[in-house]
Every structure is written in structure tokens, then in C-alpha cells.
Design a protein around this ligand. Structure first.
Ligand code: NAD
Length: 462
């Protein structure tokens, strides 16, 4: 230990969106850096999350459009998905993007080490922290922890055995299936459950989603959640709401709903009941980094309880979204290099990439009420948009605008419909800047676009 090659200004543990983006940002500040990654550069997002699922869902969307081609005067004789070809394409997309990350890190002169890293303790000389990896010791003045998260397997009787036997899987394994399961049960009607239910339904599986809560899509606006449910039921996905899975045995799932016990048989079970911060093998205890139920405690500037140690991404358990991870990584680097910066957690957009898409940012009526904020709202059916009518037969999409009564400023925007994911960043700016209704009304929107519904909503609110 002690050779100058192993001494760094900054060690980043984890090469997902938080880690690799922070490394590129830090290189602009001239920091000498090492980044450790034990699995694959790009993390869950690029390898087994956001990008693979979007690749699959795009194929499903093409198939769904082709199936409804006749509604638009396009004749398509028969449509089927070639799952093996879709997975092959997904692997190619992942290779292209992870290759891009590796190239960016090389260009930024980041030392990338494909090892599992663990914090050993503080360097005696006061030089910072000691990290061990691959049998070597490394010293850094500062640490940035970006260790991500893992799919949670709940303590349901029989589920561990089902995972071991391979008939229960998480979102990681299901993305590499070589064929479509005839009957798929999805435990959990949150973001992951819905996106994958949507793909496998389009690909021909008989899909049932079992969700413990009375609505799907978690804290999403309840009207939008109801529309999403209706759309997916119309496609043939079955939903069991207020239904809690109580056991799994030999492909049979037992659940309880309204005091009744029922069973369902499946060829495959997807467990999608949330993710947990991955922090247990990092050596946090060796330098006293504080955690809460496994999540690294951070402030809005991404500082942990230990000066010089920062954390970004899913490991802090705050927002658990790749785009939040990007921003947190940047904020951490900015703050450690002396700039003032914070993450605005009130204005983080969230998207569910089902067909139709759901996108939202800021307060819903319910969350505002829970915080004691008085709001007024407008709900615009997307058929107010000429573009939507031109491109969507039988659509029931809506946009909901939430405005604070006190300052007449935009507090939230919630949408279900095409392009919602591409519109929501503009809404996030409105929320972040606390834009007033009169300012929004003066904005010029391109015509014809689905986004014009937002302008329409601004004029509806009195
Ligand atoms: P989630 O928390 O979104 O949803 C899990 C659902 O499972 C909840 O609705 C919960 O009520 C239900 N549940 C829990 N135990 C159950 C039981 N025993 N029986 C029936 N239902 C049960 O979790 P997720 O969908 O696994 O997603 C994990 C994380 O990944 C989230 O933080 C999410 O933000 C992130 N993610 C985001 C995107 C995106 O932004 N598009 C995509 C994928 C994942």
C-alpha cells in the first residue's frame, strides 16, 4: 500500500448512472479518480432495467399498433412477436450503450477497475479513506458511494424455493427468457410489474397482476391509475387488487383478498414488489456511515454522515430512479469541489413506459392535501389536442394540472397518453421554477402537439 498509483482524489464505488455520470463530471474538474464496478458498467439501468425494458416495450408497441392498423386504414394480415429476436436486439442495444459508457470513461481518463470494492477504514495519515479491492489497497481523499439497489424478495412462504427452482424470477432474469411463458403471474402492480405485464401480454402470455393495494401504479394520481387499469384490462391483462400473496408452491400462487383465499397457477412468476438499497457489503460500518433500513442517509447535497463521503443513486433509497441518480452524482461532485448545489426532490418526473404511457411530476391532489396545501386542478381530456385525435382512435388519455391556491403556481402535472414521457420534463421545469399560471398561459406551444393540453389546462383553471 502507499504507492502513488493507488492514491486518488476520489474513489467512486459503483458504475451505474450515478457513478459513471459523476466520474465524467469529476474529470472536468481535474480530479484523479478510480471507479470500481463489480458487475457491468451502466448498472441496472443499462443492463437489466430502463434500457432493456424500453427495448422490449418498443417492439410490443409496434405490434400493438399493427394489430390496430385497420383503424388507421393500414391493413396488416397477421402480427406476432419473435421474442428471441427481440431479446437479441435488446442485447445489441445494451452492448452499444454500455460500450458508449466505457468509451466516455476512457476519454475522461477515469481508472475503471472491474472489482468488488469495500471500505476498510480511514487512512492513518489523515489522507482520507482506505478501500480494498481485488487483493489491493487504495486510498482516496473522498468517496462517492453509488452501489445501487437489488430486487426485493419478500418473506412469502415458498418464494425462496421458487426462485431457486427458477419458476419465480425478478426483473433481472425475466429479461433474458428465451421463450414466452404461456401463463405469467406478476406479484406487484408497481412500475416494474406493469411495464413487464404490458410487454408479456403483447407478446402472447396470459398475464395476471396481483397487487396488495386498491390501485395499481403506487402513488400515481388515482384517476390516471384507473385509466391505466382500464386500458390494460381491455388488452386482456387480469388484475387482482387488494390481494396479498400469502404463499407460492409448485407454480401455484395463493393470495388473500377481502377475507377470501384463492389460488392461481402459472408457468412463471415475476416478483416485482420493490427494490432495496444495496449497502450491506460496502464496509459502511468501518467508517461510521449512517443508514436507515439499509439506505445511506444523505442530505439534499448528497453528503453522508461522514465528512468527505457522499452517496448518490438508489443506495440512498430516496427516489430510486436513474435520472435522479444522474443528478445526485452531479450534485455530489459539485459540492465536493466547492460549488453550492442541491437536488430538488420536489420536481423529479416519473414515467411508466406502458402503452399508453404515464408521466407525472410534483404534487397530486392527494399528496397536496396530505401536506395541507390548498390546490385547484384542471383535468383536460387529451381529445382536446388535434394531434391526439389525429393519431389515437378510442383514446381516453388525460392531463391533470395541479396549481397552488396561495401563489397560483404550478405544483404538479400528471398525464396518461402518448408522448407523456417526452412532455413531462417541461412540466418538471414549471414545478421546479414555481411558474405562475399567468406565465404558463403566455407560453407558446407548438401546434399540433399532445403537449398543448397543458396550455388548455392552464386556461381552464379559474
Ligand atoms: P414498486 O414499489 O413500484 O411496486 C411494488 C408493488 O408491489 C406495490 O404496489 C406494492 O403494493 C406491491 N406489493 C408488495 N408486496 C406485495 C404482495 N405480497 N402481494 C401483492 N402485491 C404486493 O416496486 P417495483 O415495481 O418493483 O419497482 C422498484 C423500483 O424500480 C421503484 O423504485 C421504481 O421507481 C424503479 N423503477 C422505475 C421505472 C421507471 O421509472 N419507469 C421502471 C422500473 C423500475
Amino acid at each position: 500500500m502507499g504507492s502513488s498509483e493507488n492514491k486518488f482524489d476520489l474513489i467512486i464505488i459503483g458504475g451505474g448512472p450515478a457513478g459513471y455520470n459523476a466520474a465524467i463530471r469529476a474529470s472536468e474538474e481535474g480530479l484523479k479518480m478510480a471507479l470500481f464496478e463489480e458487475r457491468a458498467l451502466g448498472g441496472v439501468c443499462l443492463n437489466e432495467g430502463c434500457i432493456p425494458t424500453k427495448t422490449l416495450l418498443y417492439s410490443a408497441k409496434i405490434a400493438d399498433s399493427a394489430r390496430h392498423g385497420a383503424d388507421y386504414g393500414v391493413k396488416v394480415d397477421s402480427v406476432s412477436l419473435d421474442h428471441a429476436a427481440i431479446i437479441k436486439r435488446k442485447n445489441r442495444v445494451v452492448r452499444t450503450l454500455t460500450g458508449g459508457v466505457a468509451a466516455s470513461l476512457r476519454t475522461a481518463c477515469v481508472t475503471v477497475l472491474r472489482e468488488s470494492a469495500k471500505i476498510d477504514g480511514r487512512a492513518l495519515s489523515g489522507e482520507g479513506f482506505i478501500v480494498s479491492a481485488g487483493g489491493e489497497k487504495f486510498i482516496a481523499k473522498r468517496l462517492l458511494l453509488c452501489t445501487g439497489s437489488y430486487a426485493f424478495i419478500p418473506p412469502i412462504p415458498g418464494i425462496d424455493e421458487a426462485v431457486t427452482a427458477g419458476y419465480a424470477v425478478t426483473s433481472r432474469e425475466i429479461l433474458s427468457l428465451s421463450s414466452i411463458p404461456p401463463r405469467l403471474i406478476v406479484i406487484g402492480g408497481g412500475v416494474i410489474g406493469l411495464e413487464l405485464a404490458s410487454y408479456f401480454n403483447s407478446a402472447g402470455s396470459d398475464v395476471t397482476v396481483i397487487e396488495a393495494m386498491p390501485q395499481i401504479a403506487g402513488a400515481t394520481d388515482s384517476d390516471i391509475s384507473a385509466i391505466l387499469l382500464r386500458n390494460h384490462e381491455a388488452k386482456g391483462i387480469k388484475f387482482k387488487l387488494c390481494a396479498k400473496v400469502t404463499s407460492v408452491r409448485d407454480g401455484t400462487v395463493t393470495y388473500e383478498s377481502g377475507g377470501q383465499v384463492a389460488t392461481l397457477d402459472a408457468d412463471l412468476i415475476l416478483v416485482a414488489v420493490g427494490r432495496r438499497p444495496k449497502t450491506d457489503a460496502v464496509g459502511l460500518e468501518n467508517i461510521g456511515v449512517r443508514t436507515n433500513r439499509g439506505a445511506i442517509l444523505t442530505d439534499d447535497a448528497c453528503r453522508t454522515s461522514v465528512p468527505g463521503v457522499f452517496a448518490a443513486g438508489d443506495c440512498n433509497g430516496k427516489s430510486m430512479l436513474a435520472h435522479t441518480a444522474y443528478r445526485e452524482g452531479e450534485v455530489a461532485i459539485n459540492v465536493m469541489t466547492g460549488l453550492r448545489d442541491t437536488v430538488d426532490y420536489n420536481a423529479i418526473p416519473a414515467v411508466i413506459y406502458t402503452n399508453p404511457e404515464v408521466a407525472d411530476v410534483g404534487e397530486t391532489e392527494n399528496s397536496a392535501k396530505a401536506k395541507g396545501i390548498d390546490v385547484k386542478t384542471a383535468t383536460v381530456p387529451l381529445v382536446y389536442s388535434g394531434r391526439y385525435v389525429a393519431e389515437t382512435e378510442y383514446g381516453d388519455g388525460i392531463l391533470k394540472l395541479v396549481v397552488g391556491k396561495q401563489h397560483n403556481n404550478v405544483l404538479g402535472v400528471h398525464m396518461i397518453g402518448p408522448c407523456a414521457s417526452e412532455i413531462i420534463y417541461g412540466a418538471a421545469m414549471l414545478v421546479a421554477r414555481e411558474v405562475r399560471l399567468d406565465e404558463l398561459r403566455r407560453a407558446v406551444f407548438p401546434h399540433p402537439t399532445v403537449g398543448e393540453a397543458l396550455r388548455e389546462a392552464a386556461f381552464m383553471i379559474k
